[in-house]
Design a protein around this ligand. Structure first.
Ligand code: HEM
Length: 271
């Protein structure tokens, strides 16, 4: 954690989680830089040592993976091209903190062709590898319609555009590599209210999509920002508490927030 930092993104200001596409265009220059989570790169490099646990690539997508890394490399001003000896996305993952997912178009829709994940928010690489948008979003409330709408955006986004969206949750601890949310929930459930200040963290996912001109693939990036709730300014705490309490039953159920309620009550103001 960087001392005294403010969370770089504050999506709770827009209210409770909604299961909507919610993508907005941003300045292409802001796609990957500044990398607000660059301080996590050393920790990430340790995880990346186990390449099979953190990286997947379907052999047929190698040209698109190379294209994705070349595009990202140019956007980040990286001087060296990736070497042919290691998978392109895995190499790029040592230089940028975002998790990277390469989505390939196909007859059965958009599918995960390659991915590197070191900060998954409660899903795993084996779960995602090769899956379609519909399969991935089946557990999300309204997931079928959501997947159809995401596919439409992937079909129509133009190369050169960068689209951004956010989602967020709270968690008991600052854990970043979380393919399974259960250990965090177990920790929350057994935590005492007087531990809330040290334990409660806000987890923001900043996601972007970009179309690759040659292959027609989409690069989906996921940057995870984890900040202690205790360090938030009081007006952020108020906005976060309001968003938490306004979440509907479907959102609370999907996000499994009930185990956190006593910590939220102790660490955040009552709206
Ligand atoms: C930009 C397009 C996308 C949109 C709008 C989107 C939207 C969502 C939403 C609304 C959720 C529920 C949690 C939340 O974000 O609040 C979700 C969950 C998820 N998304 Fe996406 N998604 C997109 C792309 C993708 C892609 C490309 C992948 C590929 C790995 C993916 C994988 C997942 C997974 C694994 C979950 C968790 C599902 C579970 O609970 O098991 N999403 N997505």
């Amino acid at each position: 954690m960087v001392a005294d930092r403010r969370p770089p993104f504050t999506p709770w200001r827009d209210g409770p989680p909604r299961f909507a596409v919610g993508l907005k265009p941003i300045e292409p220059a802001l796609w990957l830089l500044p990398d607000t989570e660059a301080h996590t790169l050393p920790e990430r490099a340790l995880l990346l040592r186990d390449r099979d646990a953190t990286h997947f690539q379907d052999e047929t997508v190698l040209p698109a993976a190379r294209e994705a890394v070349a595009l990202a490399g140019r956007a980040m001003g990286l001087e060296n091209d990736p070497s042919a000896d290691a998978p392109p996305l895995w190499q790029l993952a040592h230089k940028v903190s975002d998790d990277l997912v390469l989505m390939m178009p196909g007859e059965e829709g958009w599918r995960v062709g390659a991915a590197v994940l070191t900060s998954p928010t409660f899903f795993s690489l084996p779960h995602a590898a090769g899956k379609t948008l519909h399969e991935l979003h089946a557990p999300v409330p309204g997931g079928d319609g959501l997947a159809t709408r995401i596919a439409r955006v992937f079909d129509h986004v133009r190369p050169g555009q960068v689209l951004e969206r956010f989602n967020w949750t709270l968690q008991a601890g600052k854990d970043r590599y979380t393919p399974d949310g259960e250990p965090l929930r177990a920790r929350a459930q057994t935590a005492r209210a007087d531990e809330a200040q040290s334990l409660l963290h806000v987890r923001v996912e900043r996601q972007t999509i970009t179309k690759l001109p040659e292959s027609g693939a989409v690069l989906f990036t996921i940057r995870v920002c984890i900040d202690p709730v205790a360090a938030l300014a009081s007006k952020e705490k108020t906005a976060l508490a309001a968003a938490w309490h306004r979440a509907d039953k479907a959102a609370r159920g999907y996000k499994k927030w009930a185990v956190l309620d006593h910590l939220v009550a102790a660490a955040l103001p009552t709206p």
